[in-house]
Write a protein that binds this ligand. Sequence first.
Ligand code: NAD
Ligand code: UFG
Length: 350
Amino acid sequence: MSPTPKTHVLVTGGAGYIGSHAAVALHEAGYAPVLLDNLHNSEMQVVDGVRKLCDHEVPFHAIDVRDASALESLFRDCIEAGNPIQGILHFAAHKAVGESVAHPAMYASNNVGGLGTLLQVASAFDVRNVVFSSSCTVYGEPDVVPVDESTPFQEAESPYGWTKQACERVLKDHAATHVAHRVALLRYFNPIGAHPSALLGELPLGVPNNLIPFLTQAVAGIRGALTVFGGDYPTPDGTCIRDYLHVMDLAEAHVAALRWCFDQTAHTPVVRSFNLGTGQGASVLEVIQAFERATGETVPFTMGERRSGDVVSIWADASRAKEELGWTAERSLEEALADAWRWQQRLKTR
Ligand code: NAD
Ligand code: UFG
């Protein structure tokens, strides 16, 4: 189904890191994003950035996805305005692994409970197309790399990981009982970078847990030296390997996944998982070197102890996304790192 100006798509978590970039990609592809966020982990300035990039007053609703009556009003208002919601990109969730260990019930309530409420309301309004933010964390420590979608799930390593496994299951079970539901489960590897305009990027609150925000803040002098967590892993240079993909590539994958949903013609439910990564692994030391090449800056770092819970090596076999969604990651690691650095420099001046 080609987008028309009337194809309205609800973007939950639309003021967040990935949701905001996806909203811009949706707009560029001809869809009309409708943003929803409770601003728990984001700011209205992000919505301003989306509006600026879209050159358009993209609607924003400050709603908690667990608030069924607020959701009902939103779906109803959209219908009454002649702009029914036809698909959902569901990003809204808590995402910090360490926080999930400290607050497992909060993670279950928000991530699994939020999805449950959203699905109940969406079904009542006959919204059948859902693209869900899952994670490669569902695979845990894989026996073989790269991992494809048939790789069995391991026991979740954190309550956060469990919520992603549980949400995938909820979506499968829900779709199975509803006619013509189409669900794309997108298993992201490691999204990094920012919009090349530096109008959008990641807004980590407090000390970043993730590699790239910590690295850029260290280079900017906001933090001390980056600690590389473990140099004695069984990898070529001793540091962990991940599959880092540019957030704009990831954003565009959501457009492809939504199109895939709209293109399904079967009356039976269709639920399909897709790995989203570059298919290339990079070690922590390789990321540091790539950053230095891309920006000309020097990264201050020291080698430290292993971080508990870290997977040693994981990268994606993303061939299913290529074959079935027509999507591949196009941007290089260096490009993503240069964009992350440009965003970090802009943050300083905000
Ligand atoms: P983010 O925190 O930047 O964005 C999530 C947004 O959802 C935030 O703006 C937050 O305020 C909002 N939100 C949270 N709970 C909500 C609720 N109950 N109601 C309404 N809004 C709510 O995170 P992100 O990096 O953009 O991640 C988006 C999704 O992708 C999440 O589901 C996350 O688990 C998943 N994911 C992220 C990564 C990553 O490395 N960033 C990797 C794999 C999967
Ligand atoms: N790392 C460091 N120093 C740091 C931060 C990270 O050396 O200060 C290393 C980690 O040990 C790891 C790599 O950099 O080897 C990447 O770490 P991140 O924290 O950036 O990413 P993870 O792969 O650990 O986890 C991310 C998300 C999780 C998600 C997972 C899979 O943070 O939410 O990808 O999607 F579950």
